[in-house]
Design a protein around this ligand. Structure first.
Ligand code: SDX
Length: 386
């Protein structure tokens, strides 16, 4: 219509922001946290060290890392009432729904969390959330398994403690294997932050109202739950399991019958650098657990898609979710836990972005603009005349 601003349906008008945390070059397939290439961090760092980097802007000294690790380790427990809250869910409740609800409930345990103007208070709430997410995720998992919850063990590292809370006294016998703990560290590092993605935008938007960080992170978990975002890793395994012949499936995708889950990205129009690293981590994990039989189908799908004009012309490449589910399944996580495994490490990125938002004196409450396409002013019509 005349005068209507042009509107690109692919551009969801979200709150724009300045950020110094994560840099992505989608065409070149580059990802850097505070300037450090993701490949170097995945190779040489630990998740808590990367979380410190995202939150503080610099890699920690050994004393700083020891202090941060000590703080996080001593905030892993949950109030017993919160455990009862989780026990109130149905036996088959989806763990992402449980995680979103219990993180939101956490805000009621820490009323001081609303004092977000105080940097020390912000830091305490950030530490609590980074520390408690694995415990909440593990409790949700054990609830679904009908097994007793396993309390945190402060003698273990962040990821080893998470695996122990999940799999202690269970048939999964290799969760203490150093190679698997390292593989999970790498996966956590790769999922820690990713610039202004859908869930981070939700955290920033909700956080811009100056609500407490638990409520903002709960909003991020809700966004990540969606199959087009973090839920894609669960959707990939379901897709791989029901593929009859790969060629036929690809033709179905090209006919628009469905999407190739784990492919495509809002920003990467090249290979997602995280997918490259995760594919390598597959080899390390499968050396311990045995090869996931779905890997063969995934690699065949990738090979065909990377040579097919439909995908090439649309710049569709594997993203972070294409291979991660294969590792999670080999570690005997049920599919509904895959997105929880995304939310736990992403919490440090969400909180770094939330903190940055609050420290930006020019940042205002999120209020995206719209292009109005509805009817303009007109007179009311009495019901008898309609
Ligand atoms: C994550 O933003 C982030 O950073 C997110 C994330 C993070 O770390 O936070 O990286 C994590 O969410 C990764 C993405 C996980 N989602 C999936 O794997 C779901 C499958 N992917 C698609 O739904 C899609 O690729 C999106 C949602 C990821 C991106 O959508 P875009 O960029 O908006 O792509 P588009 O919808 O504009 O598609 C362009 C074309 C369309 O075809 P045409 O209409 O032009 O004919 O490509 C097609 C789409 O139909 N297309 C696909 C496809 N993705 C896009 N066709 C088949 N399979 C796909 N996966």
């Amino acid at each position: 219509e005349p005068g209507l601003a042009t509107y690109d349906p692919g551009f969801v008008n979200t709150a724009s922001c300045r950020s110094a945390i994560t840099y992505i070059d989608g065409d070149a397939g580059v990802l850097e946290y505070r300037g450090y290439p993701i490949e170097q961090l995945a190779e040489s760092s630990s998740y808590l060290e990367v979380a410190y980097l995202l939150l503080n802007g610099e890699l920690p000294t050994s004393d700083e890392l020891a202090g941060w690790t000590h703080e996080v380790t001593h905030h892993t427990f949950l109030h017993e009432n919160l455990k009862q809250f989780i026990q109130g869910f149905r036996y088959d409740a989806h763990p992402m729904g449980m995680l979103m609800a219990s993180v939101s409930a956490l805000s009621t345990y820490y009323p001081d969390a609303r004092e977000i103007a105080d940097p020390e208070n912000r830091r305490l709430q950030i530490t609590r959330l980074v520390a408690k997410m694995p415990t909440l995720g593990a409790f949700a998992y054990r609830h679904g398994q009908g097994k007793p919850y396993v309390y945190p063990d402060n003698d273990l590292s962040y990821t080893a403690n998470f695996l122990a809370m999940l799999f202690k006294m269970s048939e999964q016998k290799y969760n203490a294997d150093e190679r698997l703990i390292k593989a999970l560290e790498v996966l956590f590092i790769l999922h820690a932050d990713h610039e202004q993605n859908c869930s981070t935008n939700a955290v920033r938007s909700v956080g811009s109202s100056q609500v407490d960080p638990y409520s903002a992170v709960a909003a991020g978990i809700g966004a990540l739950y969606g199959p087009l975002h973090g839920g894609a890793n669960e959707a990939v395994l379901k897709m791989l399991r029901r593929i009859g012949t790969v060629g036929e499936f690809i033709e179905g995708v090209k006919a628009g019958k469905e999407k190739l889950m784990g492919f495509g990205h809002r920003v990467y129009k090249n290979y997602d650098p995280r997918a490259t690293i995760i594919k390598k981590a597959c080899d390390d994990v499968f050396a311990v657990t045995g090869v996931n039989p779905l890997l063969k189908i995934a690699m065949e799908l990738e090979k065909i898609a990377l040579e097919d004009e439909y995908f090439i012309s649309r710049k569709l490449y594997p993203n972070v979710d294409f291979y991660s589910g294969l590792i999670y399944e080999a570690l005997q996580f049920p599919p509904e836990m895959f997105t929880v495994l995304f939310a736990i490490p992403r919490t440090s990125g969400w909180l770094a972005q939330w903190q940055e938002l609050l420290m930006d004196k020019d940042q205002k409450i999120a209020r995206p603009k719209q292009i109005y396409t509805g009817a303009r002013t007109r007179d009311f019509i009495p019901i008898e005349k309609r």
